[in-house]
Design a protein around this ligand. Structure first.
Ligand SMILES: *Cc1c(COP(=O)(O)O)cnc(C)c1O
Length: 382
């Protein structure tokens, strides 16, 4: 049997932070009809997706969504490259890999940045944000990651927005791994630009990303010179909002799946999804701690979608990955400075409590087997 055929029959539980295990209705929607993206059927689908995306992302009547074909990073890059005006600058709140990425994206477009580095897994210091904005009026925008997926930390986006707005600055939020499961609202939290993706807590198929902002804010982008052609947000906004059609060929099957996923998210409700994710994460975390494993963050800082933890003493990531993959689970490596001694477990997507229990028992078996073989190797008796 080919690996793909095996994957189709044996359910593999994806504990990587996207793409996620799909609901069967979302997966089935992928095989929708062949369609031309310039026909009225696609215009209708696009309008429905943009409306539902605005709702799940907490937008109000003054907000709208622009859909992009690309991964989450495409939405983040579209916002940064399009929204920071010529001569403007970006204050980057950096407390992990994705915070660093905001600065890297700005740099790639020649945008001046000031990186406020807190250190990985260290909460954003709001007083330092205020000092940086006071010191440098040329920093027109503040960039912050809502759920910093490299550590599992939830950042205080509303607190950042309050300070930024007090000084007349705009806030760009990478909500790629939070939207759908964590409370975030452009309308209530003062998020000026929200970047998200279909394939994390919104439980759609990979390949689509989106930006939610005030309609006025999209309109104002027309006055700025373009830094990019393909990711020019004003181009996408104009095409989608004025002619009702996409600027370029979209990932149509992913759009079918995304609408199905949005319908499920709206039917479930954000509070209920947050509660479902929280219950799963708490079940997992209690089990990990019962196995003697050490979680990276204290409880008050944790997002509901991902848990970072220390590698068991004497066990490498590769060995854990191999053993758990054989048991039907895909775990995820930690990045950069955490890679040597940490790993990550996502609970985004259609993972069940029974999956978590099976995972914990597979992990317990793996660690027990390892302890036994270490004893043998060391000639130990028990
Ligand atoms: C997953 C993720 C992204 C985007 O990653 P892609 O591989 O482009 O989908 C961006 N920011 C955060 C916080 C993420 O978790």
């Amino acid at each position: 049997m080919t690996p793909l055929a095996a994957a189709a029959t044996d359910r593999l539980v994806l504990m990587n932070p996207g793409p996620v295990v799909l609901d069967d209705r979302v997966r089935a929607a992928l095989s929708g009809p062949d369609l031309c993206h310039r026909e009225p059927e696609f215009a209708d689908l696009l309008a429905r997706i943009r409306h539902k995306t605005t709702l799940v992302a907490g937008g109000g009547d003054a907000h709208t969504a622009v859909l992009l074909t690309g991964s989450g990073t495409s939405a983040v890059e579209a916002v940064i490259s399009s929204a920071v005006p010529p001569g403007g600058g970006l204050l980057v709140l950096d407390n992990g890999h994705y915070g660093e990425r905001l600065a890297d994206i700005a740099a790639a477009h020649g945008i001046r940045t000031h990186r406020l580095e807190a250190g990985w897994a260290v909460p954003v210091d709001l007083a330092a944000v205020e000092r940086a904005l006071v010191a440098d009026p040329g920093l027109t925008h503040v960039g912050v990651v809502h759920h910093e997926t490299s550590t599992g930390m939830l950042n205080d986006v509303a607190g950042v927005a309050r300070i930024a707005h007090a000084y007349g600055r705009e806030v760009i939020v990478d909500a790629v791994s939070s939207v759908g499961a964590e409370r975030v609202s452009p309308a209530e939290d003062g998020v000026d630009w929200l970047a998200g993706s279909a394939n994390k807590c919104l439980e759609g198929a990979p390949g689509l990303a989106f930006v939610v902002a005030a309609t006025d804010a999209f309109e104002r982008l027309g006055a700025f010179p373009r830094r990019t052609y393909y990711l020019d947000l004003h181009r996408h906004y104009t095409a989608q909002a004025k002619s009702g059609l996409p600027a370029f060929t979209p990932g149509i099957p992913a759009c079918y799946a995304f609408e199905a996923a949005l319908d499920l998210a709206l039917a479930e409700g954000r509070e209920a999804r947050h509660a479902r994710y929280r219950a799963l994460a708490e079940r997992l975390r209690a089990g990990l701690e019962a196995l003697g494993l050490e979680l990276l963050l204290p409880p008050g800082q944790r997002a509901v979608g991902l848990t970072a933890l220390r590698l068991p003493p004497g066990t490498g990531y590769e060995e854990l990955h191999r053993g758990l993959r054989a048991a039907g689970f895909v775990i995820y490596r930690a990045q950069e400075r955490l890679a040597a001694d940490h790993w990550r477990l996502s609970t985004m997507g259609r993972i069940t409590a029974a999956d978590i229990d099976r995972f914990l028992s597979a992990l317990a078996d793996l660690l027990r087997g390892r302890a036994d073989s270490t004893d043998v190797a060391e000639g130990g008796t028990r």
